[in-house]
Design a protein around this ligand. Structure first.
Ligand SMILES: NC(=O)c1ccc[n+]([C@@H]2O[C@H](COP(=O)([O-])OP(=O)(O)OC[C@H]3O[C@@H](n4cnc5c(N)ncnc54)[C@H](O)[C@@H]3O)[C@@H](O)[C@H]2O)c1
Length: 320
């Protein structure tokens, strides 16, 4: 029995506690940011308003504090969305925490000063001096995991033994874990699929979306290689696996659908998805300054088109 701390009580952090508890661990969840999730998790019923289920009674909720991070945990899981990474990096930086860290967050960061794109694990290591970081990615809709629908994910660490030892702590019959040494590839693929699922969603028929799907994979392959990820990762759970689930039924592809109908991003957001986070938009804004300047436009025409659509609030033109 291990002690696991999950930071982030949103949909994914909360869903993750279910297999972790079932694997006979002591699981504590803490929410540093959202009043809504603090209210859900601290209530007696533990009804999660995003997952629409009651979380297990054994799940402990603790108020977020630096002291909590210093307690004796065997694994710290970060399940915040991208804007929360700098926050948690700063909180953990000076504590000299040696506990293994597992990052569920998907995204990339543009370092303006160095003119470089960093993965999240790079960001935590280089900017906040954290050590022993693994990442877990792949096709996982939190609502499905929370209902124990079979889900396969991939844990990456250059030291595969660490990845496997984390897998043993959290996997169940319905939460299956694969392993990879290709941390960069797993992080790059799982981030850019948020943009490509928007592009695929822009196809207004299955035929045109399938065409975009195929072109998206070629562009993802190019970008993954550019950032020094391994080619095989594109064809794994963090690549085509996650692209499929996001294109078939996520907020990014829903937004893509509106872009494909000719709405600008701002109009579509305001009119149809005012309260929903579109992760592809956050990432597009983050990486656009680098991608538009540094990468050969002919190699990734769909990505360039989408970045301009969001950055310049232009109509999305599908050219395949
Ligand atoms: N690895 C996986 O299997 C997997 C699966 C699904 C989602 N995800 C990723 O997990 C992350 C969270 O997704 P979710 O569906 O739980 O989202 P959510 O919106 O339900 O929850 C977001 C979480 O981030 C926190 N947060 C948001 N802004 C913050 C800020 N500025 N500072 C600090 N904390 C902040 C919220 O309080 C909340 O805890 C995303 O990056 C998503 O891509 C990973």
């Amino acid at each position: 029995m291990k002690n696991i701390l999950v930071i982030g009580g949103g949909a994914m952090g909360s869903a993750f506690t279910i297999p972790s508890l079932e694997n006979k661990n002591n699981v504590t969840i803490s929410e540093p940011y959202s009043k809504r999730f603090i209210k859900d998790l601290s209530s007696k019923k533990k009804f999660h308003s995003a997952l629409k289920i009651k979380l297990p009674k054994q799940l402990r909720f603790r108020k977020f504090s630096r002291n909590l991070l210093k307690e004796n945990f065997d694994l710290i899981v970060i399940a915040l969305s991208l804007p929360g990474i700098d926050f948690i990096g700063k909180e953990l930086k000076d504590l000299k925490v040696k506990t293994p860290i597992l990052v569920l967050t998907k995204g990339l960061k543009f370092e303006k000063k160095k003119n470089k794109i960093l993965t999240i694990s790079d960001q935590l290591q280089k900017n906040y001096n954290l050590k022993n970081i693994s990442v877990l990615k792949g096709p996982c809709l939190a609502k499905e995991l929370a209902r124990k629908n079979q889900t396969s994910v991939i844990i990456a660490n250059k030291n595969i033994k660490i990845a496997k030892s984390i897998g043993r702590k959290i996997s169940t019959k319905y939460y299956l874990t694969e392993y990879s040494k290709d941390v960069v590839g797993v992080e790059v693929c799982s981030a850019i699929k948020n943009i490509y699922s928007m592009i695929i969603g822009a196809g207004q028929s299955l035929n045109s979306s399938s065409n975009l799907f195929q072109k998206a994979i070629l562009e993802m392959r190019y970008l993954n290689k550019y950032f020094k990820g391994k080619d095989e990762t594109i064809f794994g759970l963090a690549g085509v696996g996650d692209l499929y689930v996001s294109a078939a039924g996520g907020r990014n592809s829903k937004m893509g659908g509106f872009l494909g109908k000719g709405f600008t991003f701002k109009t579509a957001k305001k009119r149809f998805m005012p309260k929903e986070t579109v992760e592809g938009e956050e990432l597009a804004k983050e990486i656009a300054p680098f991608i538009l300047k540094k990468i050969d436009k002919k190699k990734i025409p769909l990505m360039i088109n989408l970045l301009k659509t969001i950055k310049e609030n232009k109509k999305f033109k599908i050219k395949v």
